[in-house]
Design a protein around this ligand. Structure first.
Ligand SMILES: Cc1cc2nc3c(=O)[nH]c(=O)nc-3n(C[C@H](O)[C@H](O)[C@H](O)COP(=O)(O)OP(=O)(O)OC[C@H]3O[C@@H](n4cnc5c(N)ncnc54)[C@H](O)[C@@H]3O)c2cc1C
Length: 618
């Protein structure tokens, strides 16, 4: 009989990103935006990895759940979240999936292969030459070739196949000298989790457990909050009448499932044990639910399970080793690297390794807090021994304790965006990731241009013509003068708004005018508007976290505006923008020669003043 294997294709790209979690998505979008022909190979039908509708982890970041809102992640991640906020006040995960799907579909230079699993790679010496993939829906097999690859699989799978150096489990204190490292290295890992969503049906609902459900008693779950009535002080709930913060205590409830339905398995390798762990998690989840519903009064009589995730999210597996291994010491000391390309601010969040098998310990184990943020150097984002391999996401080069903070999705996403820029610079300089080290300042500047943030790095872009202009405004308040839009920082930091803020909004609008001594020819403007990071906008299943959000897009965002270009007093062009809901607005146009550009803001999304952090012109 003839063997059928005709459906085989070879495809060439300039970069191949494997894994479409938030890290891979941001890496792929950014490299494509930089003009690099990019493929994103993604095993699942929806994007976002753990943040997708399949797992439903909500996105946290360096703001540490609003404790330090100045440090919220911006860039592509924030753009996607704002897009979602504009369409999705009902916290629908399907709409979030759609926002991510639309973002890749409309992105030039980017091809996404959904339902496509990379199962092997080919190497020559220390280089990856191709990856081998299968797309299950079409029976297609692919060989994808590229000069550069990015491993965003979470598990470091591409690096593993290619023979990249990697680590798993904890380093010993003797090796890393980290404050909280164990005396002996070990292979304990934070576990995988599945979530559920439960709904109050308004009438009693029965629950019949499956035969394999585990049994839990009240004593078993004494360290694990599981009552519908448990109260938590989130203290920033929104008053629905005023659409602003009131403070107050909210019920954590049982609507969001429990992060502590968590297991690491009993084999040495959490990856090879994944399917067994899933079975145990399903048995545990239904066992916990059986206890909530049938094991005493938990205030859950009217609750029914609406959704149960069947794809466990992974917290910890392999970490690929780069030229630098970020440590807990770097994190707790707020280390600022000269070659920083990313930052984080989440605590060193170490869950109890055995999860539900260690009921005598609190599930979130140990959390080591610090104030402020730390940075992550460029050298943590490429493999030490595979010369054309970048990595982004939770598999970057960090110690176990380092990863306990860097795994947070905000950090994974902005690291991915940084790698997207690095990929483009590797193309520009025809070099490999390590050779790009001498161009990291350029990388930092490009990141800032795309609404990135790095502490202590200012806009010094010599191509930015706004930096050579004088700014004038219809009105302003003290310390927020018009020239603040070129002070190099594009967000509020501490007491300094680093912004032009108008004194109210007059009926004819408020204007900010950029003027040069002589005419300039420009093709691009970038405006960064205020969106108030102290109000969260993420999609989340958590009822109290939902209550922290205002309805609608951030009020502070500029909504309708005109951009009026003049040369020697004559209007040469006007661009009208309506219904804006983005913080970072990029306007590209045919070359215009002008000596002034006026931003005339006609309305905001609700605020009574106009706030502009930054203006750039190219
Ligand atoms: C239950 C749980 C709760 C958490 N809580 C929070 C929280 O509240 N806030 C927070 O910010 N973070 C939280 N985290 C951490 C966070 O979810 C992860 O660290 C983060 O999602 C990692 O992002 P990533 O892009 O690196 O990987 P992932 O999100 O894991 O995405 C990787 C993607 O790559 C794909 N992939 C893998 N292998 C292949 C292959 N061979 N071929 C093709 N595609 C492949 C996978 O299908 C996956 O979609 C939590 C994690 C878990 C598990």
């Amino acid at each position: 009989m003839k063997r059928q294997n005709e459906r085989f294709l070879q495809q060439d790209y300039e970069v191949i990103v494997v894994g479409g979690g938030m890290a891979g998505l941001c890496a792929a979008l950014q490299s494509a935006r930089e003009g690099v022909k990019t493929a994103l190979i993604h095993a699942r039908p929806v994007l976002g990895g753990n943040a997708s509708s399949e797992v439903r982890v909500h996105i946290s970041g360096a703001d540490h759940s609003l404790v330090q809102p100045d440090y919220a992640e911006s860039g592509i991640l924030y753009e996607l979240m704002l897009e979602n906020k504009a369409r999705n006040d009902n916290f629908s995960y399907s709409t979030w999936d759609l926002v991510l799907f639309e973002a890749v579909k409309k992105q030039e230079n980017l091809t996404v292969y959904f339902n496509t699993v990379m199962y092997d790679c080919e190497t020559e010496g220390n280089k990856i030459t191709a990856i081998l993939c299968v797309q299950e829906t079409t029976e297609m097999r692919y060989r994808f070739k590229a000069p550069i690859f990015v491993d965003c699989t979470g598990n470091g799978t591409l690096g593993y196949y290619a023979g990249a150096e990697y680590r798993q489990g904890s380093e010993s204190k003797a090796e890393t000298n980290e404050m909280h490292a164990p005396e002996q290295s070990n292979n304990e890992r934070m576990g995988n989790t599945i979530f559920f969503k439960a709904r109050d049906m308004g009438h009693p609902v029965k629950f019949t457990p499956p035969y394999f459900a585990k049994k839990y008693t009240e004593e078993d779950l004494k360290y694990r909050m599981h009552c519908a009535t448990h109260k938590v002080d989130y203290s920033t709930c929104i008053d629905p009448e005023k659409n602003e913060k009131t403070g107050g205590v909210s019920s954590r409830g049982i609507g969001y499932g429990h992060f502590w339905i968590e297991l690491m398995g009993d084999k040495d390798d959490i990856i090879t044990d994944y399917e067994n762990i899933r079975d145990d998690l399903v048995a545990s989840l239904y066992g916990v639910w059986d206890h909530i519903k049938n094991g005493g009064d938990h205030g859950a009589e009217n609750y029914a399970l609406e959704w149960v995730g069947m794809l466990p999210g992974t917290r910890e597996s392999r970490r690929l080793v780069g030229d630098y291994l970020l440590s807990e010491t770097d994190i707790l000391s707020n280390r600022n690297f000269d070659d920083a390309v990313c930052y984080g601010g989440w605590c060193v969040d170490l869950h109890t390794a055995h999860g539900l098998l260690d009921l005598h310990r609190h599930p979130s184990g140990d959390c080591y807090y610090f104030d402020g943020i730390y940075t992550i150097p460029y050298t943590s984002y490429y493999s030490k021994n595979i010369e054309n391999l970048f990595m982004a996401g939770r598999n970057i080069s960090a110690t176990k304790l380092g990863m306990c903070s860097t795994r947070i999705i905000g950090c994974c996403a902005i690291g991915g965006q940084a790698v997207g820029v690095a990929v483009a610079l590797c193309k520009k300089y025809n070099c490999n990731p390590r050779e790009l080290n001498s161009h990291v300042q350029e990388l930092q500047q490009i990141l800032l241009k795309h609404d990135g943030f790095l502490p202590n790095v200012k806009n010094t872009d010599s191509l930015d013509l706004a930096r050579k202009a004088e700014f004038f405004a219809s009105s302003y308040i003290e310390n927020c003068e018009p020239n603040k839009v070129i002070d190099g920082y594009s967000r509020k930091l501490g007491d300094d708004m680093h912004a032009w803020v108008s004194n109210g909004i007059s009926s004819s609008g408020e204007s900010l005018t950029m003027k040069w001594d002589e005419s300039k020819t420009i093709t691009e403007l970038r405006y960064t508007f205020h969106s108030d990071f102290s109000y969260p906008i993420r999609v989340t299943m958590s009822p109290p976290r939902q209550k922290q959000q205002r309805i609608g897009v951030p009020l502070e965002l500029v909504k309708d505006y005109d951009v009026i270009f003049k040369n020697k007093g004559e209007v040469v062009k006007t661009i009208e923008v309506t219904n804006n809901h983005q913080r970072h607005n990029v306007l590209k146009f045919e070359p215009i020669t002008c000596d002034s550009v006026e931003l005339l803001v006609k309305s905001t999304n609700g605020a009574n003043e106009v706030t502009v952090f930054e203006v750039r012109a190219y």
